[in-house]
Design a protein around this ligand. Structure first.
Ligand code: IMP
Ligand code: MG
Length: 192
């Protein structure tokens, strides 16, 4: 898989050093409150697992899954939600985690066009939480289709397609322990 990358951007020690810093910041900011973390699957899986183990506070974890890519490297603008833990009483309905009155921290892998996080934030706001903050591992420096305020950002990157450490291209590369830029020729192979 390493051969499919143009270059590595952040190796494992660099990611972990940055997680130590963000976790310390979050732990300090929420020291007197009980946090509810909403993880956006699947891309944030590694990030959430490694970050939360560095936060020594009582917290709850819920997961949502959202997709706006449909297998291409360009966002389609349409965001589809699925609840990771389907509730039997929900009768297959799309429901949001119970966030009323709680301090919510949304964790996502990467902020690109902004469609996904803006839609998730909007949906969670309807459930009347006490506060909402957003934490992303990566943020692309670019003009976004929708502005999203972020409270914690791991790394700012150029507008390039990256994979690894949870991030995929057509569901592959998530298990790479580091983050790198995918080779352009692989990215340009379109789904038939
Ligand atoms: P947005 O809605 O365009 O901000 O896209 C956010 C979602 O698209 C992320 O949660 C990722 O799943 C995916 N995404 C955006 N950029 C990349 C990338 O460079 N590599 C892998 N996935 C990406
Ligand atoms: Mg993806």
């Amino acid at each position: 898989m390493r051969g499919d990358l143009e270059r590595v951007l952040f190796d494992e020690p660099a990611i972990h050093r940055r997680l130590d810093e963000i976790a310390a910041e979050i732990s300090n900011d929420y020291r007197d409150r009980e946090l509810t973390v909403i993880a956006v699957l699947h891309g944030s899986l590694m990030f959430v697992a490694d970050l939360l183990r560095r936060i020594p506070l009582p917290l709850k974890l819920d997961c949502l899954s959202a997709a706006s890519y449909h297998g291409n490297a360009q966002t389609s603008g349409e965001v589809i939600f699925k609840l990771a833990t389907a509730s039997p009483s929900g009768g297959g309905q799309i429901a949001l985690p119970d966030v009323a009155g709680r301090d919510i921290l949304i964790l996502d892998d990467i902020l690109d066009s902004g469609h996904t996080l803006a839609a998730i934030r909007e949906a969670l706001e309807t459930a009347k939480p006490r506060s909402i903050r957003v934490c992303v591992l990566l943020s692309k420096k670019k003009r976004r289709s929708r502005e999203v305020d972020t409270d914690y950002v791991g790394f700012e990157i150029e507008d390039e397609f990256v994979v690894g450490y949870g991030l995929d291209f057509r569901e592959r590369y998530r298990n790479l322990p580091y983050i790198g830029v995918l080779r352009r020729d692989l990215l340009e192979q379109r789904v038939k």
